[in-house]
Design a protein around this ligand. Structure first.
Ligand code: COA
Ligand code: AMP
Length: 624
């Protein structure tokens, strides 16, 4: 089948289309009904189906004869460890950890927060929740205690699963003190905290609340997959929005399994037995979809890499992993290859490894800049495929659909809408823009399976953020255009979300932290272009009358505060004191022009500004 036929069928006959795709997975009770509209303006996929996501990921592979195939390879240059688990071994670990959770009272629908580094136990814990019908919420290990506390308060977990430490290159980061502080700060108190002790650090356990992973596993009884409704939540994954409070994106079980299984073929061209490596972190959506669930749904071998693209030990790290494990498909964020290119511009290290197993390179998470695209093309000779998606969608909204038809790539474009996503570029009233003209990138409802079903505990926020801005559409928050050949180009966020080294962060949240400093009257944080990380946050700060603090001292304090409240990954390293902030006459800060000035782009004085002379001061501060 060609792409156009497949795409048209997905839009014109979505129920028939997704009924076919649903046949590719093992259901406990296959759905009769495919789509049911709900009164929140959205709807449910496969509402009467019964499924268990862990069964689809693991047991179904054993039933299909893949029990002895490697399911998971753990490669950790930071601890000099390699381990691999067959589908049978992985199922055993997961079923027993599900027994541990059940022993602690975790029942279907209960939430479990997983705050773990990139170790196999993180994957066991996620799949164990799925096996029980419990809802996991993985929190990226780079987030500070406060961020974890916010998520504990919102998700109200019965149990937290953590490890004694994470390892960042050679720096050991104890996790348990962060978890203890987060529980102290959170309004909700989990009943149990299960801790995996790593050799590098031993965490102190609080009697009555904390349990040791290994001790519990030693006496655990394996449990079988628990049937759940296709529409029951599988996980909550928090992502940054425009306000300080992160949004808990909720993903269901049935739609997720069907969509991810389909995406493995469509987007990546993967087959059972292939080795699939998403070089990301289980704390991000890429890790959920393509380290854990997607490759296992497809019967692939997946790689869990506890390392960096550079420094563990050098810029040849990715090529070494490809060689050692015979990786077929590598997926990462452009920033990772920018880091490699910076340290090894001529790709000399690439030449020292045998990477002939690699079929394609996939990039997503931020804009793929043409320089990185060209560098990869030139030095690897491989197809370099950009694809665009979000935490909210869980799989690619636009891709080069290699599983059905491979299109010539155009640098800067994520190629075509994936079947199921009726992507349109519209003006704020929802009217289509002509080809080549920039507007808001939106998806005509309904969204295909696998996308968010609501915001955890706040359906109103779901409607307000995604459905209400452009009636009849899902509003992506990204701007872009579609060219005359139908290629989609994503140009960047139209809101206050920024992308730092492929990590999605909210400038609004940073502003809340900066504004809480006693000397700060008002502030504004914008994302400025950065050669390595894509964007980095920069703060402009207005002091309170009478505040006498030295600007350098203030900058240091603000940097520490953002690190402490949000985490080191925010990369907040610059805060400048200014005399005034540029505002409209009605008092709104003109962030767009500040961003343009920070980036050294051309800028025009906005007609709404109250005092244009402020812009010259800001120009000088940024570029002196
Ligand atoms: N736990 C604790 N701290 C973490 C962390 C984690 N899981 N991940 C990052 N950090 C910390 C780092 O130690 C660093 O702290 P420092 O300021 O004390 O040095 C800070 O957060 C920034 O880290 P990072 O973004 O990794 O910057 P870097 O300059 O060390 O490395 C890159 C640059 C490009 C190599 C790195 O950002 C990278 O690997 N990027 C790819 C990320 C990715 O895959 N994103 C896509 C998700 S799809
Ligand atoms: P996240 O939810 O963390 O995956 O971040 C999603 C955001 O990253 C999107 O809204 C885009 O702004 C950006 N993004 C992801 N993939 C791409 C891509 N291929 N091209 C351009 N921007 C991208």
């Amino acid at each position: 089948m060609d792409y156009q036929t497949e795409f048209r069928r997905s839009i014109d006959q979505p129920e028939a289309f997704w009924r076919d795709k649903a046949n590719a997975i093992d259901w406990i009770r296959p759905p009769e009904e495919i789509w049911k509209a709900t009164d929140n303006g959205h709807g449910q996929w496969f509402p009467d189906g019964l499924i268990n996501t862990c069964d689809v990921a693991l047991d179904a592979n054993i039933r299909a004869g893949r029990g002895d195939q490697t399911a998971l390879i753990y490669d950790s240059p930071v601890t000099d460890t390699r381990q691999s688990y067959t589908y049978r071994e992985l199922t055993d670990q997961v079923a027993r950890f599900a027994g541990v959770l059940r022993e602690q009272g975790v029942a279907p629908g209960d939430r479990v927060i997983i705050y773990m580094p990139m170790i196999p136990q993180a994957v066991f814990a996620m799949l164990a929740c799925a096996r029980l019908g419990a809802v996991h919420s993985v929190v990226f290990g780079g987030f500070a205690a406060h961020e974890l506390a916010v998520r504990i308060t919102d998700a109200t977990p019965r149990v937290i699963v953590t490890a004694s430490c994470g390892i960042e290159v050679s720096k050991v980061i104890p996790y348990k003190p962060l978890v203890d502080r987060a529980i102290e700060e959170a309004e909700h108190k989990p009943e149990r905290c299960i801790v995996f002790q790593r050799e590098e650090v031993t965490a102190e356990l609080q009697p009555g609340r904390d349990l040791d992973w290994e001790t519990q596993m030693a006496s655990a009884r394996a449990v079988d997959p628990v049937p759940v409704a296709a529409t029951d939540p599988l996980y909550i994954l928090y992502t940054s929005g425009t306000t300080g409070k992160p949004k808990g994106v909720v993903r269901d079980n049935g739609g997720h399994a069907v969509a991810l299984r389909y995406s493995m073929e469509l987007v990546y061209g993967a087959r059972p037995g292939n080795v699939f490596w998403a070089a990301s972190d289980v704390g991000w959506v890429v890790g959920h979809s393509y380290i854990v669930y997607g490759p296992l749904f497809m019967g692939c071998t997946t790689i869990l890499y506890e390392g960096k693209p550079v420094k563990t030990p050098d810029a040849g790290a990715f090529w070494r992993v490809v060689q050692d494990h015979g990786v077929d498909y590598l997926f990462t964020a452009p920033t990772a290859f920018r880091a490699v290119r910076k340290e090894d511009p001529e790709a000399d290290l690439l030449a020292t490894y045998d990477v002939s197993s690699l079929k394609r390179l996939f990039l997503a998470g931020e804009r793929l800049d043409p320089a990185t695209y060209e560098w990869l093309r030139e030095h690897t000779g491989l197809p370099v495929l950009d694809h665009w998606w979000q935490t909210e969608t869980g799989w690619a909204i636009c891709c080069n659909p290699v599983g059905i038809e491979e299109f010539p790539t155009k640098p800067g474009s994520a190629t075509m809408p994936s079947p199921g996503f009726n992507v349109q570029v519209v003006d704020p009233q929802g009217q289509p823009m002509p080809a080549g003209m920039q507007g808001q990138v939106a998806v005509k409802l309904p969204l295909p399976p696998g996308c968010l079903t609501t915001v955890w505990g706040d359906d109103q926020r779901f409607r307000k953020t995604y459905l209400n801005p452009i009636p009849g559409f899902y509003s992506s928050g990204d701007g872009g255009f579609i060219d005359e050949d139908g290629y989609v180009f994503i140009m960047g966020r139209t809101d206050d979300v920024i992308n730092v080294a492929g990590h999605r962060l909210s400038t609004g949240e940073m502003e809340e932290v900066v504004a809480s400093h006693p000397a700060v009257a008002e502030c504004c944080v914008v994302g400025a272009n950065d050669e390595l990380k894509g964007q980095i946050p920069v703060g402009l700060v207005l002091l309170k009358d009478g505040a006498t603090i030295d600007p350098d001292e203030l900058e240091e304090e603000l940097i520490d505060m953002v690190r402490e409240k949000i985490g080191a990954i925010a990369c907040f390293r610059r805060a400048m004191v200014v005399e005034r902030l540029p505002k409209t006459r009605s008092g709104k800060i003109l962030r767009r022009v500040i961003r343009q000035i920070a980036d050294g782009d051309e800028w025009a004085v906005p007609s709404t500004i109250d005092d244009p002379s402020i812009l010259d001061e800001i120009q000088q501060r940024f570029h002196r």
